[in-house]
Write a new protein. Structure first.
Ligand SMILES: [Mg+2]
Length: 353
């Protein structure tokens, strides 16, 4: 995986300063003999930031206060031994590289300390200067690599955390987007108010507009008249001439009736071959006149390749302000049924039977 530069810009900060303002690695020298401390300190003061301690306890209190790169500890000291000190130092800062100075008599204890990982290098007293230089140089380098490695691991951890965070955010974004799409689709289907075959209003939009008109009718004290009509013998049109012709008949009728209707009227396809014309502000008598006009215009339709004339039966009902609106369409439908019963191609009113 390739990480972009932006991912790696997060820096890792250490709580304790690695070295003082000199910018040099820090060397902690621990020995109970002041002469040894003095000579080692003189040797390394130019190359490193040198700290000294004359006992294990003193060294530990230094380690708790600041980070050091390398610890050089004498094995034989009053109180804690050097390997005991380095074992504790390991717990405080595992990156501080631990070097033990020892005499041949202590070699068993030292080997054990090395094997247990408490001591990284050891030097026997008296040491050779070039040997000491090599060991300290290697220890400093080792410490540098440990820190660099830890730094990289930490950067990688942060990058992974950042990536995870981005994945989480992206997932949330996508979920949000999906929700928006769903909402948009819902709106689009709500907007689908037209019957796709005939282009007139569908039943859903009829019901919406009817509810609005009922409210308006009540407010203005106006009636609403509904004329429901059904094409006579439509099944035989489909059966004889095919469904394509049936569809054309429906389209012609929808166009004809729409052209006849006032701008305030709503023509809707109510069912298969059933339509409803909603006429706000129109009384039952006026509705009857209008329905007769619609009926005649349907009968006058001539369709190419269709030899018969089409007729429709109408049922008209009127809703007066304050009457239960939910019954209007049923009342119109009942009147329509009566028109069918009475021989079709006619208009029947809600009160006529
Ligand atoms: Mg000693």
């Amino acid at each position: 995986m390739v990480l972009s530069k932006g991912f790696l810009k997060t820096s890792v900060s250490t709580t304790k300063p690695d070295h003082l303002s000199s910018g040099l690695p820090t060397l902690l020298l621990v020995d109970d003999e002041p002469e040894i401390i003095a000579s080692l300190a003189d040797m390394y003061r130019r190359s490193y930031n040198v700290l000294t301690a004359s006992s294990a306890d003193e060294a530990l209190s230094v380690l708790k206060k600041q980070t050091v790169s390398v610890i050089v500890a004498d094995q034989r000291m009053p109180g804690k031994t050097g390997s005991e000190l380095l074992a504790e130092a390991l717990k405080i800062d595992p990156d501080a590289v631990r070097i033990l100075l020892t005499g041949y008599a202590d070699i068993e204890a030292v080997i054990q300390a090395v094997n247990q990982g408490k001591v990284y290098f050891y030097l026997t007293k008296p040491w050779r200067i070039d040997e000491m230089d090599t060991v300290i140089t290697r220890a400093i380098e080792h410490n540098r690599l440990l820190k660099a490695n830890r730094h990289l691991v930490e950067e990688l951890r942060l990058s992974n955390a950042e990536l995870e965070q981005r994945v989480t955010e992206r997932t949330a974004e996508l979920e949000q987007r999906a929700k928006e799409l769903e909402e948009a689709n819902r709106k689009i289907s709500e907007l689908a108010y037209l019957d796709p075959l005939t282009g007139v209003a569908n039943r859903r939009s009829l019901e919406k507009i009817f509810a609005r008109e009922v409210e308006r009718g009540v407010r203005l004290g106006l009636p609403i008249t509904a004329a429901m009509f059904d094409i006579d013998h439509f099944k035989s049109v489909n059966d004889t001439f095919g469904h394509a012709m049936g569809d054309r008949v429906l389209q012609f009728i929808a166009q004809t009736v729409s052209a006849q209707a006032r701008p305030y009227d709503l023509v809707a396809r109510y069912g298969g071959e059933e339509f409803l014309i909603l006429m706000p502000g129109i009384s039952l008598e006026q509705g009857k006149t209008a329905a007769e006009r619609f009926r005649a215009s349907i009968q006058a339709i001539r369709i190419a390749d269709f030899p018969k004339s089409v007729t429709a039966s109408f049922g008209v009902a009127c809703l007066l302000p304050g009457q239960p609106p939910e019954l209007l369409f049923d009342r119109a439908d009942r009147a329509l049924y009566q028109a069918k019963q009475n021989g079709r191609n006619r208009v029947k009113l809600d009160i006529e039977f």
